[in-house]
Design a protein around this ligand. Structure first.
Ligand code: ZN
Length: 311
């Protein structure tokens, strides 16, 4: 209705006010509060952040790592802004790269919470639950099975050659979308290189995508500047959170079958000692679980106590 139509609106003003007063008193205060909440989950990695291309940016030993932490923090702040532009009232961020201690926590707004370090039962999605309305992936990269992704890997570039869920090769975006899907939460936006964004959209379904750099090779890209990437991310997160009702949670058929192919022989051999694990070839094991929570814990276990079973 156009705003010019004030007169007809006034005719209904008294009955409408009475109706609103009635309904307000009929709904418990907690429910009104819950209805007004809009919780957004942000999972952040570093390989897909604008400017990052090699270990020079990806770990504490790299000459440009301290700068890369600033870029990653900037992209997370842009995502927080975009979520707020779309009405988000609560935001949980998980620092999901390397040691899990990359994001500069003192740069985040006081009402945002940050998940740091490892291990975590839900890995890059720790803290998500069914009260969240939307999930956002920042700084993501393509799967280890993708031939055209900057720093393409799945969970561990040193150890894993493939991770399959129900027979389909997964990037981290797929595993994490399935964890969100377990809780009925849709992924509404992803940022990363062009391969990561296209791969997630093809696998998971329609979502907003911010391509902050273009693949040239495993260790090269044509990147946006941090400033340009952050502006793009803010607008895409806003659009994604606003369109969340049109994006479906990505739910895995249960029970879920997980296949992990290791780059080396030994972990497959040793893990197959466990009666819950089946060895399907020299480098591959299979584990079946009732849901994505058990799958997530299993992957975290297998990739976290690597010191003892690798190579
Ligand atoms: Zn990473």
């Amino acid at each position: 209705m156009p705003f010019a139509d004030h007169r007809s609106a006034r005719r209904f003003a008294v009955p409408l006010a009475a109706f609103l007063a009635f309904t307000a008193s009929a709904i418990p205060a907690e429910r009104i509060q819950a209805q007004n909440r809009l919780k957004v989950y942000i999972s952040a990695d570093l390989e897909g952040v604008a400017g990052t291309v090699t270990p020079d940016q990806l770990g504490p030993a790299g000459f440009e790592y301290q700068r890369a932490r600033e870029w990653m923090t900037g992209e997370v702040l842009a995502a927080i802004q975009g979520a707020r532009d779309a009405g988000a009232t609560e935001i949980l961020v998980s620092d999901s790269h390397g040691n899990g201690e990359n994001i500069l926590i003192d740069r985040l707004p006081a009402d945002v919470r940050l998940v740091r370090s490892w291990p975590r039962p839900l890995m890059m999605m720790q803290g998500i639950d069914s009260t969240f309305a939307a999930a956002v992936f920042i700084g993501y990269h393509a799967a280890t099975t993708n031939t055209a992704g900057v720093r393409a890997h799945t969970i561990s570039s040193a150890r894993l050659a493939a991770v399959l869920l129900n027979g389909t090769a997964m990037p981290e975006s797929g595993i994490n979308a399935a964890i969100a899907g377990h809780f009925g939460v849709p992924v509404v936006m992803i940022s990363g290189d062009d391969a990561a964004v296209r791969e997630a959209q093809a696998l998971i379904g329609p979502m907003e995508g911010a391509e902050v750099k273009q693949f040239i090779s495993f260790h090269a890209a044509a990147s946006l500047t941090p400033e340009a990437a952050q502006a793009l991310i803010r607008s895409k997160v806003k659009a994604g959170v606003e369109r969340r009702a049109t994006m479906r949670p990505w739910v895995m058929r249960t029970p879920v079958t997980l296949d992990i192919t290791f780059k080396s022989y030994r972990p497959a051999e040793l893990l197959a000692y466990l009666p819950i694990v089946q060895r399907t070839n020299a480098h591959t094991i299979r584990y079946q679980a009732p849901d994505m929570l058990a799958i997530s814990k299993f992957i975290e276990f297998v990739t976290s106590y690597s010191v003892d079973i690798d190579p």
